[in-house]
Design a protein around this ligand. Structure first.
Ligand code: FAD
Length: 301
């Protein structure tokens, strides 16, 4: 079922993002991550894609059939030619996936620290969205062959309430975000952020700009003092002053930091729901305990 249709069916929704385990670690940690959320009936589970961590397609397939949950594999531009990307999408359609998350992919962690597409690959997520939409109309890369079966993907994209680190301004970012909507994206999930007001103001900027699709906030529960340094570096998100000061004050007591992470996430989710968030999308990676605690607290509201 289309993710945008699922979003309108429940008053409070949650969804999860899981990551393929490091190579050779087995699939069990992924299943163990999802199990404690079953009681909250997550709307969907995303499975990320990373060059150095194989398994996105098979993990997504396993989750879909084991738990019967709508599962959304991520697909990235980086590292693939257009033909390889199309082939991957064909694999996804044979496995009866109905939703995909279309992303550019991260820049490499080493020099030149700049995203470079593979020759004859897609450079921007918008190009990927356009191609998936073309496949949904039965238009594949090889235009000479006729009678191609249309795919049926609902397309999700990423967006950045605190501006993508490579963008010169919010306006520039919104321009390309709107392009993804205009080319066929049905919904978006935000990069993680920690200040609920950031979401409210981003939604208002987007609506003013003509971006009308559902925008789902991405939420990360802080679990370690180091994250207040590392997450802003990795994802360009800001840590609010009160959260930062409290984490620094508690940094020698990891359990207190975790509890504070839960307190903050509960507060953040309550605010986000007040601001009309259509779903709470948790970046659980493969460490579910604190997010489960947040969901239990929210369920008792
Ligand atoms: P784009 O929309 O292509 O934007 C990238 C940059 O280029 C932006 O600065 C944008 O303003 C600019 N831009 C866009 N279009 C144009 C254009 N036509 N001309 C000029 N500039 C343009 N990464 C992974 O590797 N694997 C994952 O599984 C993954 N999952 C993610 C899930 C979510 C919800 C989010 C928010 C991010 C995820 N990422 C993932 C990270 C993402 O790949 C990076 O943030 C990447 O740098 C940008 O991806 P994008 O799809 O937003 O790119």
């Amino acid at each position: 079922m289309d993710i945008d249709k699922l979003l309108s069916m429940h008053p409070i929704n949650c969804s999860l993002e899981v990551t393929p385990p490091s190579k050779g670690k087995g699939i069990k940690p992924v299943f163990e991550t999802i199990k404690p959320f079953i009681e909250f009936k997550p709307l969907f589970v995303d499975v990320t894609y990373h060059y150095h961590k194989p398994g996105t397609l098979s993990i997504a397939t396993a989750i879909k059939y084991k738990f019967g949950i709508e599962t959304v594999p991520h697909i990235v531009c980086g590292g693939f030619t257009k033909e390889e990307t199309e082939n991957f999408l064909v694999e996804l359609s044979y496995s009866e996936f109905e939703s995909v998350m279309a992303l550019r992919g991260d820049a490499p962690e080493g020099p030149p620290y700049m995203f470079t597409p593979k020759p004859n690959g897609f450079q921007y997520a918008s190009e990927l969205v356009e191609h998936i939409k073309n496949m949904n109309r039965g238009n594949y890369l090889n235009k000479e062959q006729e009678h191609r079966m249309p795919t049926n993907f609902c397309i999700g994209v990423g967006c950045y309430p605190e501006v993508h680190p490579e963008s010169s301004s919010l306006l520039e970012d919104l321009k390309y975000f709107k392009l993804k909507q205009d080319l066929g994206a049905s919904y978006a999930i935000t990069q993680m952020f920690f200040e609920p007001e950031v979401y409210r103001s981003f939604i208002s900027e987007c609506r003013e700009f003509g971006i009308t699709l559902p925008i789902i906030p991405g939420i990360k529960v802080l679990s370690h003092p180091k994250q207040v340094e590392v997450l802003p570096q990795l994802f360009g998100c800001k840590i609010p002053k009160d959260l930062l000061e409290e984490v620094i004050r508690k940094q020698d007591d990891i359990n207190s930091v975790k509890q504070w992470g839960v307190e903050h996430a509960v507060y953040q989710c309550e605010q986000l729901l007040k601001y009309g968030a259509p779903d709470l999308h948790f970046y659980v990676q493969n460490d579910p305990a604190l997010t489960v605690e947040v969901m239990h607290r929210l369920a008792k509201r």
